[in-house]
Design a binder for this molecule. Structure first.
Ligand code: PMP
Length: 330
């Protein structure tokens, strides 16, 4: 298999397979595009320059949000918790009865190969499996083959300065979808619930939204899990509030226990949030993001607190450790 460490001085091969084998769903080759400079995107086993990476408008991922996905990060040449993300992807697919046409091992290799093709060591990876091309009805049986897409890019949710100060969050009116609906427990392409929450926070001038569940308990952010610290103890809401069981959430719970903090999973009320000593979001994109204001109530002393800082330091230390993921250029 072709493997090239981007740190080496040799030039990457620019002869991509896609030129001679165009995407069957794609019908436009733009003029004046420098294909050599564009990131390569994986679609169904082939690599396409970003401007040519297209899928059919009849794909049910677009028409109905029928599909599943993962957001994954690579740090210093190691894809953080890749196996865990792949397991969650296949679990999400199982829950919606979507047969992914690759084994887990093949999927892991496809992710690693996409990073190698783009000579990346640090990246935000978006892995998407849609129901595939069907007709305009919503019956998934009409979709014969799922579409698999892997994008290797970068993401910054908040500037370093914003993160350093802590963000301002707002409890929004949009309730987390309950567990007997298409809730975030399954990481599907249905994110309108989160997007509505984000819109509310945006228009009110806050950095991020916090969603309550249908009973009024705190669930999570729009793409992040939430922790509070009270009297040195970490508290995070349970999955019964319809949240996505985050991989970063699990990592933080384990790190916190290692550092000697007690971690409790229990219902959290808005009043618990307002009176917390510290609060922070966790997520692949958000990493650990301190929250210093919620609905205009200052959290603790209005700065990222000592427990949050300890966890941020401990988290930073494990990134890039081959024991915490899968090396790209092994
Ligand atoms: N909740 C939601 C709704 C999300 O989309 C995400 C991001 N995947 C998270 C929580 C955090 O999960 P993770 O730590 O696995 O990225």
């Amino acid at each position: 298999m072709f493997q090239k460490d981007p740190n080496s001085t040799a030039k990457a091969s620019k002869t991509a397979k896609h030129i001679s084998t165009p995407n069957p769903h794609f019908c436009f080759y733009g003029k004046g595009i420098n294909l050599d400079k564009e990131p390569l995107i994986y679609i169904d086993g082939e690599y396409y320059p970003k401007s040519q990476a297209k899928i059919s408008v009849f794909d049910h991922g677009l028409l109905y949000g029928d599909g599943v996905f993962e957001g994954i990060r690579a740090y210093k040449g190691v894809v953080f918790k890749l196996k865990e993300h792949i397991d969650r992807l296949y679990n999400s697919a199982k829950a919606i009865m979507l047969d992914i046409p690759l084994t887990k091992e093949e999927m892991i290799n496809a992710v690693l190969e996409t990073l190698r093709k783009n000579s990346m060591r640090d990246a935000y990876i978006r892995l998407i499996v849609t129901r595939g091309v069907g007709d305009l009805g919503l019956d998934p049986r009409k979709c014969r083959k799922p579409t698999v897409i892997i994008i290797a890019d970068r993401i910054t949710l908040y500037s370093g300065e914003t993160r350093e100060k802590g963000i301002k969050a707002m409890i929004v009116w949009v309730r987390r979808n309950p567990v007997d609906t298409a809730s975030h427990e399954i990481k599907s392409l249905n994110y309108l619930n989160s997007i509505l929450g984000k819109i509310e926070a945006n228009i009110a001038g806050f950095d991020e939204a916090i969603c309550l569940d249908k009973n009024g308990y705190v669930s999570e952010g729009v793409g992040e899990n939430l922790f509070i610290v009270k009297n040195g103890k970490l508290i995070t809401p349970p999955s019964s509030t319809g949240l996505l069981v985050g991989i970063t959430r699990e990592v933080i719970m384990k790190l916190a226990e290692k550092l000697g903090y007690m971690v409790v999973e229990r219902n959290v009320t808005p009043a618990d949030l307002f009176t917390a000593d510290e609060a922070f979001f966790t997520g692949t994109a958000a990493e650990i993001t301190p929250i210093t204001e919620i609905n205009k109530r200052i959290i603790g002393v209005g700065k990222p607190g000592p427990v949050t800082r300890n966890l941020m330091d401990a988290f930073e230390k494990i990134l890039g450790d081959p024991a915490e993921g899968i090396p790209i250029y092994a």
